[in-house]
Design a protein around this ligand. Structure first.
Ligand code: UDP
Length: 254
């Protein structure tokens, strides 16, 4: 097979030209970065797990009519996606205080927030992804008010759905980051969920012990990173235990 043309290389993924116009191939690497790429490392097997976890979550979201860029998984590290125009905003949803909000506002990590909070960050590595308000987003034209209505609406639905899905397998969804894109199809534009949803961009705590099962294990040198990602996949019922045909559904916890 001819080698695919590489279009973009990010910190954890590479995008290649897809087999048909309007499609791309998203390749998941084992590379990990934190603190705006000041800390770098490799987590063996991370790409394979994130590819599978993101496939599972995006498919579940599509089932409740959340539009996504995901088409299908191609192999262990690659998935076929629809080409979208990425909106340069990271949308963060928080249910429990952790990470930057805990630091910035002096809220002890683990405090349940009075309600889910949505924040926006401007995607710009040179500036260190600064936090911005909706005012900046619409004033600078990164997205217009109707786009923002769709983004907030989708984000809150995704949060409700994923909170329940993870709770069912004994995991607390503390916070996570989403990215959205514009999909142009038949002379119409739709806002769709893009990028990935995985332990790289979620905070996932064991519901009973509050043990961290996400990238904070890498950020804070807690060890057992791959094991934690694997445990997330296992609880979701998507870790092949006796070969890839043997994938069960989610495992309900008492
Ligand atoms: N996050 C992300 N990419 C970023 C920044 C944050 O995926 O560039 C995720 C992070 O994994 C966490 C949530 O967004 O689940 C909130 O992150 P926070 O603002 O606390 O940032 P931190 O300082 O921990 O990176």
């Amino acid at each position: 097979m001819a080698r695919r043309r590489q279009l973009y290389e990010g910190k954890a993924k590479i995008l290649f030209e897809g087999p048909e116009p309007g499609t791309l191939v998203q390749y998941f690497k084992d590379d990990a970065t934190a603190f705006n790429a000041q800390k770098k490392g490799t987590i063996t097997g991370k790409g394979v797990l994130n590819n599978r976890i993101s496939e599972f979550l995006m498919t579940k979201l599509a089932e409740i009519n959340v539009p996504t860029h995901f088409i299908r998984r191609l192999n262990m590290r690659e998935q076929l996606i629809k080409e979208v125009e990425i909106i340069p905003i990271e949308v963060v949803v928080r249910n429990i205080a952790a990470g930057s909000i805990a630091q910035r506002l002096g809220i002890p990590e683990g405090t349940r927030l009075p309600r889910s909070i949505v924040e926006y960050y401007y995607k710009n590595d040179q500036l260190g992804d600064p936090m911005v308000a909706e005012e900046h987003i619409t004033a600078f034209g990164w997205a217009n008010p109707p786009d923002m209505d769709d983004i907030v609406h989708l984000t809150l639905r995704i949060n409700d759905f994923l909170t329940g899905l993870f709770l069912g397998v004994g995991i607390t969804l503390v916070d996570f980051k989403l990215e959205f894109g514009r999909l142009f199809e038949n002379d119409e534009m739709r806002i769709v969920l893009a990028d990935e949803i995985s332990p790289d961009n979620c905070r996932l705590w064991d519901s009973k012990t509050n043990e961290k099962m996400d990238k904070d294990r890498f950020r804070r040198d807690l060890g057992k990173i791959e094991e934690a990602y694997q445990e997330v996949a296992r609880r979701l019922g998507i870790l092949p235990e006796a070969g890839s045909r043997d994938m069960k559904g989610p495992e309900t916890m008492q």
